[in-house]
Design a protein around this ligand. Structure first.
Ligand code: HH2
Length: 268
């Protein structure tokens, strides 16, 4: 039987993130939100200080540090923390403050980030193209899956941490159809052998499929994406709605456990 799936709660300390931007107010509000997510069953909290939504403007290093460090320092030792950043300097400071997972949406394209990955227990490498400002126009692929798999394979090989998780980057330089396709064929990414993380929570492609313009209305669609990814073999789920996702995954996990091994998996 496979390990209990992990829930990663999204904690953006930004004013402009697409779903929870500005929602937590100051550091104290963000810390309280993290505590709530822990109580709801989050295994990790993903702290971010720079939005990566399509079209988002970059944030200066000092500003990003001032957003994330107080939150990481306050939660260190009480929760497993990941730092969602594109800046090696922020990654290093977050590791010193107690973050143990590096979440690099750029997939270790910077040598300095490769070096920083040595400071962490786990590196998450994600697929994207360009930057949040440009990725919306970078959706022409000759072979979408081939590129995603090759880039993640190469990025995972660069990481210096003892463990690596790979992530196809739902919503990053991908159209709605491409996001659906990657989710629908996720078993092939799982077959590469690294634990797979999926971050589909409340994203725009769900709104486009279901006709729901407001991110807060996308819970059911988000849960459907989690369920599909879980059945394909994904192990880590980056979500805004921790309690509902924890219940969904625990139920799927219990059903799978009760079913026992398939004939192909049974020993002897
Ligand atoms: N998605 C977002 C940010 N970081 N990291 C990983 N590994 N995978 C993802 O899919 C992913 C991510 C974007 O979502 P969110 O943080 O909610 O919004 P914003 O970028 O606007 O802060």
């Amino acid at each position: 039987m496979r390990a209990r799936p992990l829930v990663m709660g999204v904690l953006n300390t930004t004013p402009d993130s697409f779903s929870d931007g500005g929602r937590w107010g100051d550091a104290a509000g963000a810390i309280a939100a993290a505590e709530r997510m822990r109580a709801e069953g989050a295994d990790l909290i993903d702290v971010g200080g720079e939005s990566t939504r399509p079209g988002a403007a970059p944030v200066l290093e000092a500003e990003e540090l001032s957003r994330v460090l107080p939150v990481i320092a306050a939660l260190a030792g009480r929760a497993r923390l990941s730092i969602d950043t594109q800046k090696p300097s922020v990654a290093r400071a977050a590791a010193a403050a107690g973050a143990t997972v590096l979440n690099d949406v750029q997939g270790l394209i910077l040598d300095e980030m490769v070096e920083a990955s040595a400071l962490f227990e786990v590196t998450v490498v994600m697929h994207m193209r360009g930057s949040p400002a440009t990725m919306g126009s970078l959706t022409d692929y000759d072979d979408l899956e081939g590129e995603v798999h090759a880039r993640l394979h190469a990025a995972a090989a660069r990481a210096r941490s003892p463990a690596v998780w790979i992530d196809p980057g739902v919503g990053f330089a991908k159209t709605t159809t491409q996001n659906l396709r990657l989710l629908g064929r996720l078993d092939r990414l799982v077959a590469l052998g690294w634990p797979v993380l999926i971050g589909a929570s409340r994203k725009r492609f769900i709104g486009e499929v279901l006709g729901l313009p407001a991110p807060d209305d996308r819970l059911v669609g988000s849960l459907a994406a989690v369920a599909a990814a879980y059945r394909a073999g994904a192990q880590i789920f980056r979500v805004h709605d921790v309690a509902a996702t924890r219940q969904l995954l625990d139920m799927l996990w219990a059903i799978e456990g009760a079913a026992g091994p398939t004939e192909a998996e049974a020993p002897g």
